[in-house]
Write a protein that binds this ligand. Structure first.
Ligand code: SF4
Ligand code: SF4
Length: 361
């Protein structure tokens, strides 16, 4: 079936109309991290939109090569911040991927999907068991559990230290990556099952920027009466009310805004407030920060599907951090942390949870 027909069949003609808003002005070229490292016009935002428009109108066949362009996007949303026409490329790309993934063979994305079907997480690991039944739940997420357990350890130590009663929810994954790589059927089943698993939860504490966006925007779980809190919100409140106090840390720290926490969810101030409240810390900003923060390259399926491209993007972010002469590069997402740590040779990379745990009195 041609892409044009699948769009029509699914009443997504308006996506084509929406794409027409793009004026081809090229402002997105200045910020797109994929274009920055490839310099390929068909990989920049407006190039991707032109490809999609051509496919929707039937002027361009959805060949493997053309469709691959649509998957080479970190969904960082930086182009949206620059776009005078307000084109929400992240949403367009995500929607389009649902209808395109069958036209593009990716062993990495197939493996992720198979792992979900067999084990319930993208890594194909055995799921852990959930513990406790408190209405306050800590959900570390699959990347934290299987790739960066130090973040879960630090968070649990902080919760224990302040005497917070909590359960640990770790027998399911939010499925963020399924949303990003267009696997609609699989994710719909998962959402239904996961909403059931959240019965009895009033507050859901998260370590991951991707989980945070997924539970709020995609699951819309707050409509079910679950309050979703990222660790940076939780810590920032505890510091403000005086529950958490810090020992001195003589260090220059810079903070990397995860795209899914910053541009996608507008959370910029809390992590900075936390770091700035540690006595002795000199919080320095990278040149590209907050709404214009450069993506680390890992999101949108890029780290799994296009590893070299993702790592080259990350190298640029590491350069940004090094140019501040910071001792520590911090972030608030296990996915960013993992990626930045991999490329940040000579630079100490720490999740904000580890810094707080280390300095808490
Ligand atoms: S900035 Fe927006 S309108 Fe301009 S080319 Fe890029 S996507 Fe199109
Ligand atoms: S979302 Fe990010 S990677 Fe994708 S086209 Fe826009 S700027 Fe480029």
């Amino acid at each position: 079936m041609r892409l044009r027909d699948t769009f029509r069949e699914n009443n997504l003609k308006n996506l084509g109309e929406y794409i027409k808003r793009c004026m081809r002005c090229g402002f997105c070229r200045a910020v797109c991290p994929v274009f920055e490292v490839t310099k390929i016009e068909s990989l920049v935002t407006r190039g991707k939109l032109a490809i999609l428009e051509g496919m929707i109108e039937g002027k361009l066949e959805p060949t493997e090569g053309a469709v691959k362009r649509i998957f080479q996007c970190t969904i960082c949303k930086n182009c949206y911040e620059e776009c005078p026409a307000g084109v929400e490329v992240d949403r367009i790309i995500q929607d389009a991927r649902v209808y395109l993934y069958k036209n593009f063979s990716s062993p990495a994305f197939d493996r992720i999907t198979d792992n979900f079907l067999e084990k319930g997480n993208p890594y194909g690991e055995e799921m852990l068991k959930s513990i406790g039944d408190s209405s306050f739940a800590y959900f570390p997420g699959c990347t934290t559990n299987f790739r960066t357990p130090e973040i879960a350890r630090s968070t649990k130590n902080i919760l224990d230290k302040i005497g917070q009663d909590y359960r640990i929810l770790q027998d399911f994954c939010c499925g963020s990556v399924l949303f990003r790589i267009g696997r609609k059927e699989e994710r719909e089943k998962l959402v239904e099952k996961n909403i059931e698993a959240l019965q009895g939860v009033e507050t859901l504490l998260l370590s991951c920027a991707g989980c945070y966006k997924t539970f709020i925007s995609e699951y819309q779980i707050e409509k079910e009466g679950v309050k979703v809190v990222h660790l940076v919100h939780f810590l920032s409140e505890l510091i403000e009310e005086g529950t958490i106090k810090f020992n001195n840390l003589d260090a220059r720290i810079t903070y990397h805004d995860p795209c899914h926490l910053g541009r996608h969810m507008n959370v910029y101030e809390e992590p900075r407030r936390i770091l700035a409240s540690i006595p002795g810390v000199d919080l320095v900003e990278m040149e590209r920060t907050r709404k214009n923060a450069r993506c680390c390259g890992a999101g949108g399926g890029m780290a799994a599907g296009f590893k070299d491209l993702a790592l080259s993007i990350c190298d640029n972010r590491i350069k940004d951090a090094k140019s501040t002469e910071a001792d520590i590069l911090s972030s608030a997402c296990p996915f960013c942390y993992l990626h930045l740590k991999k490329q940040g040779k000579g630079l100490k990379v720490l999740d904000i949870s580890s810094i707080v745990e280390m300095q808490m009195r």
